[in-house]
Unconditional design. Structure first.
Length: 496
């Protein structure tokens, strides 16, 4: 099959898609093609064409990290869902693999039947996917809308839906709002496989629990957790994962990515803390998994489905976050940080400086580049500024402002003056460490920003700078002087 996406004189040629019986994609080296696409992230997963949303099926299988994604190859908008597939030796370098799951032939042009989100497990010698088989009931009247299906692969690239489909033929009674996104894991409490599913009923989101001795026969165990309505009427993409001896239950709500930390007995979950996993405007549908070395890792979708999106002019849309590692913060809440392997993408070191003074109203240039790993921060014990911070993707015409107010401990990400008119202000409370240091790690990648604080907070945003010169990073202080912490910056190389 070929697709004409990208043939509109924008430098893209048509690409051959993979399918179960025809390997692909064959568009040539992704790194070279992506390098000339000015607003395409270079070290984040993006689709070689079309649209992606949720990262799904994350697993380290036979040593190799597997990332799948909800995928519509036909256009840079959501549509009939396929599973795109990429593989990595280290969770930061990616190679495209053939499309893993394709929807059945549509009944008509508006049929959005497809293979929705799910997860992966190692099943003896096989790689087994569990996913939501979604049937567009407008195109197929009388059909069951959401079922759990499964597909297996023995080579890690070619997937065959099982003869046992549907694995779960439909929702239980208390799941009227939805029944999707099965996340399967082996539970050491009782040796059974457990599956959590996203649902909702009576205006409140719910997580449903199933169990199985063999991944084939599944028993409904009941509602694992129910919201109170304040986090929406439908919870999507649940994850239940052990982090530093506690259990984290993550759900995607209409307010973003929500977590509960608590105790899981094998059949009940009791939350003791909750919050937003990421406080930026573009973070949703995260999937967590434990890798072979026991680390709880996570990839999210930097969703901006409603926003004006210039990437669509280049034939694609949406990006995933970098791989992050989860941890329980000292105050008992859930935090995350970039996976340590991210350093393998470091290219040229652009900056290395000691604790420079930043005079009030006289910004100090730090680095210049569109794809950067920046480690910096402020020594608040030696700063008198009322507001201090960084400008990113900066030129005289536009900039992103990351600012911090020591008095209120508010870290604010303001993207309103970067790019084509869209933008937002988001904020998170972050405390300095015991020495009064506010540590910051900032990852920029042409049209994305991920900010991590030393205490495990994060802010994720997409931005679309208008000008290729908008690559500056400066430190600023107002109302007094600020003292930068020792600072390093690297140009990031391609993940492809
Ligand atoms: C989350 C979600 C999932 C669903 C998928 C469909 O973004 O709505 O609940 O399975 O996307 O693409």
């Amino acid at each position: 099959r070929t697709s004409a996406v990208g043939d509109a004189g924008n430098g893209l040629t048509s690409v051959r898609l993979g399918s179960a019986n025809q390997p692909g994609p064959t568009e040539g080296p992704a790194a070279a093609r992506y390098a000339v696409d000015p607003l395409r992230p270079q070290y984040h997963y993006t689709p070689y064409q079309g649209w992606i949303n949720d990262p799904v099926g994350l697993i380290q299988w036979r040593g190799t990290y597997q990332l799948f994604a909800q995928f519509n190859p036909a256009s840079p908008f959501w549509g009939p869902m396929h599973w795109a597939h990429a593989q990595s030796p280290d969770s930061v370098h990616w190679t495209n693999a053939p499309v893993a799951l394709t929807p059945p032939a549509p009944a008509g042009p508006s049929d959005t039947t497809g293979e929705w989100s799910g997860s992966a497990v190692a099943d003896n010698g096989a790689l087994r996917l569990f996913y939501t088989h979604y049937t567009d009931t407008a195109a197929h009247p009388g059909a069951i809308r959401e079922q759990v299906w499964s597909a297996t692969s023995t080579d890690g690239t070619t997937f065959t839906p099982g003869a046992g489909n549907p694995v779960i033929p439909g929702p239980p009674a208390e799941a009227e709002a939805g029944f999707r996104d099965p996340k399967v894991f082996r539970d050491l409490h009782d040796g059974l496989w457990k599956m959590v599913l996203g649902s909702g009923h009576g205006g409140a989101g719910k997580v449903l629990l199933y169990s199985s001795p063999d991944l084939r026969a599944w028993t409904y165990r009941g509602v694992l957790l129910s919201g109170d309505g304040s986090t929406g009427g439908m919870w999507e993409c649940p994850n239940l994962i052990q982090v530093d001896g506690r259990w984290a239950l993550l759900v995607s709500t209409n307010g973003g990515e929500h977590y509960f930390l608590g105790d899981f007995t094998g059949s009940t979950f009791t939350p003791t803390a909750s919050g937003q996993l990421d406080s930026g405007p573009n973070f949703y549908a995260a999937q967590a998994f434990t890798d072979s070395s026991g680390r709880p890792l996570l990839v999210g979708w930097m969703n901006n489905g409603d926003a004006f999106d210039p990437n669509r002019l280049d034939g694609w849309s949406q990006a995933e976050t970098i791989t992050r590692q989860l941890s329980v913060r000292p105050d008992g809440t859930l935090g995350s940080a970039p996976v340590s392997q991210l350093d393998r993408l470091h290219g040229t070191q652009l900056a290395r400086r000691g604790g420079t003074a930043v005079p009030t109203a006289a910004p100090v240039p730090i680095a210049d580049g569109a794809s950067l790993d920046l480690r910096t921060g402020f020594d608040l014990s030696r700063s008198s500024a009322t507001t201090l911070g960084l400008t990113l993707f900066a030129s005289s015409a536009e900039r992103v402002i990351l600012s911090y107010e020591p008095a209120t401990r508010q870290l604010v990400l303001d993207t309103r003056n970067s790019g084509y008119g869209q933008g937002s202000v988001s904020h998170v409370t972050s405390a300095p460490d015991a020495q009064g240091r506010l540590n910051l790690r900032v990852l920029t990648d042409r049209s994305s920003i991920e900010v991590f604080t030393g205490d495990g907070r994060s802010l994720t945003a997409r931005v679309y700078p208008r000008y290729t010169q908008s690559t500056g990073v400066t430190a600023f202080a107002t109302g007094g002087e600020a003292r930068l912490l020792p600072t390093e910056a690297w140009a990031m190389t391609s993940a492809w």
